[in-house]
Design a protein around this ligand. Structure first.
Ligand code: PLP
Length: 379
C-alpha cells in the first residue's frame, strides 16, 4: 500500500508513531482460510488447553439462555471484587478490575507515565510493556537480560541490571514472573531484596500472569509483600490457568491510593457481564486450576524430553510454554508448522529470530506438534 503523508500525522504522538504494533498469535480461523486447512491447532498464545471450568461453562450457558444483555454490567464489579478479596485476604478497595491484565498495564501507564517519565523493563520482556510506555509518549529504559549462555537462566531478567538502571526519573518498573516470552523467572528472595531497594517514589509492577504454573515451593508469596511495600502492584489474569482469555478479565492488587487512581482512568464498564460472571465462578473452582497445572507439568516434561532428544535447546520455564532454539533462522520452521496446521509463536519480534515459542497443549495436541516438528526438521 502506498503511504500517503497526511499533514495531521505530524500531530500524532511521537511515541505512537515509533511503536511496533503487538503481533498476536495467528487465529485458527485465519490459518484455515489462508491454507484451506480444516484441522488446525493453536499453541501460540499460552491459553489453557482444557478450556474454562465446567462450572463456568454452565454459568455462561445459563446466562446466555436468559438473554440478559440489555442492561449495563456492574461497573464496580462488586461480586467479583468480593471473591478476589476473600481469595487473597485483601480489602476490596485495593483491587482494580481490568479487561484482561493488559488493561491494567495501560491504566498504570496512563496514571504514572507520560512525556519526560521513564519506565524500566527487561530485554525479552512482555511486548505490552514497551507498547503501553510509548503510547504515553514516555521513555523506555531497557535493562539488559542475562546472557544467552547464562548457566541457569539464559535470557532471564537480571535484577542487578534493573538495580543499576534505576534512577529517580524511573516512575514504573515492570517485571513479569515467570516472564513471557522466555518462561524464565526470578526467585522470591532476590526479588524481594530488589523490591525493597526500589525508591518509594517508583512503582513496581509485578506481572503474575503465570504464577499458578510455578512448581511447588518456587512461587513467591508476593501477596504479603503488598503490605510491606506500598509502591508494589501485582497483576493477575483469568486468561491463562483459568481459561478465560476470550472473555478478558484480570485484576490488580495494590495500595488503596494506587487502586483509587487506576479506577479513575478505567472506563466505567470495562468488564462485560459475562467476563464478570465467568471470572467469579472460575475463581471458585480451584480444582480446575490444579488440573490445568498438573496437565501442564506432565506435558511440559514430555515436550522437554522430546526437545532434548532432538538436540534442541529450550529455555528454562515455569510457565505454560517452552521457548526453544532451532539454532538457525526459525521462520522456515514456523512456516512448515503452519502448513501442517500447527500454530506456534515466532520470536523474531522479540529479537530472538532462531527461537520459537510453543504453548503446552493437551497430550494429543503436543503429539501432533511433535510429529509436525519432526517432519519439518527432516524436510
Ligand atoms: C498473557 C499475559 C498476560 C495476560 O494478558 P491478559 O490481558 O490478561 O489476557 C499478562 N502478562 C503477560 C506477561 C502475559 O504473558
Amino acid at each position: 500500500m502506498t503511504k500517503i503523508e497526511q499533514p495531521f500525522l505530524k500531530n500524532a504522538l511521537a511515541g505512537v508513531m515509533a511503536l511496533e504494533p503487538y503481533s498476536p498469535g495467528m487465529p485458527i480461523d485465519e490459518l484455515q482460510r489462508r491454507l484451506g486447512l480444516s484441522d488446525v491447532i493453536k499453541l501460540a498464545s499460552n491459553e489453557n488447553p482444557l478450556g474454562p471450568s465446567p462450572q463456568v461453562k454452565a454459568a455462561l450457558a445459563e446466562h446466555a439462555a436468559s438473554g440478559n444483555v440489555s442492561l449495563y454490567p456492574d461497573g464496580g464489579g462488586f461480586r467479583l471484587k468480593k471473591k478476589i478479596a476473600e481469595f487473597h485476604g485483601i480489602e476490596a478497595e485495593r483491587i482494580t478490575l481490568g479487561n484482561g491484565s493488559n488493561d491494567l498495564l495501560e491504566f498504570i501507564a496512563r496514571v504514572f507515565l507520560g512525556p519526560g517519565r521513564k519506565a524500566l523493563f527487561s530485554e525479552y520482556c512482555f511486548a505490552v510493556y514497551p507498547l503501553a510506555t510509548l503510547a504515553q509518549n514516555a521513555e523506555a529504559i531497557v535493562a539488559k537480560a542475562l546472557p544467552s549462555d547464562h548457566p541457569t537462566m539464559p535470557y532471564g531478567h537480571d535484577l542487578d541490571a534493573f538495580a543499576a538502571a534505576l534512577t529517580p526519573e524511573v516512575s514504573v518498573v515492570m517485571i513479569a514472573n515467570p516472564n513471557n516470552p522466555t518462561g524464565t523467572w526470578v526467585e522470591a528472595a532476590p526479588l524481594e531484596a530488589f523490591i525493597a531497594q526500589v525508591p518509594a517514589s517508583t512503582l513496581i509492577v509485578l506481572d503474575e500472569a503465570y504464577i499458578e504454573y510455578f512448581e511447588p515451593g518456587l512461587a513467591p508469596a508476593s501477596r504479603a509483600w503488598l503490605d510491606r511495600y506500598p509502591n508494589l502492584v501485582i497483576t493477575r489474569t483469568f486468561s491463562k490457568t483459568y481459561g478465560l482469555a476470550g472473555l478478558r478479565a484480570g485484576y490488580a492488587l495494590s495500595h488503596p491510593s494506587v487502586a483509587d487512581l487506576l479506577n479513575r482512568v478505567r472506563q466505567p464498564f470495562n468488564l462485560n457481564m459475562l467476563a464478570l460472571l465467568a471470572a467469579e465462578v472460575a475463581l471458585g473452582d480451584q480444582a480446575h486450576v490444579a488440573e490445568a497445572v498438573e496437565l501442564n507439568r506432565s506435558e511440559m516434561a514430555r515436550l522437554k524430553a522430546e526437545f532434548d532428544a532432538l538436540g534442541l535447546k529450550t529455555l528454562p520455564s515455569q510457565a505454560n510454554f517452552l521457548t526453544f532454539d532451532l539454532g538457525r533462522e526459525a521462520a522456515p520452521i514456523h512456516k512448515g508448522l503452519l502448513e501442517r496446521g500447527v500454530i506456534v509463536r515466532p520470536m523474531a519480534s522479540y529479537q530472538m529470530p532462531t527461537y520459537l515459542r510453543v504453548s503446552i497443549g493437551t497430550n494429543a495436541e503436543n503429539t501432533r506438534f511433535l510429529a509436525a516438528l519432526k517432519e519439518v526438521l527432516a524436510a
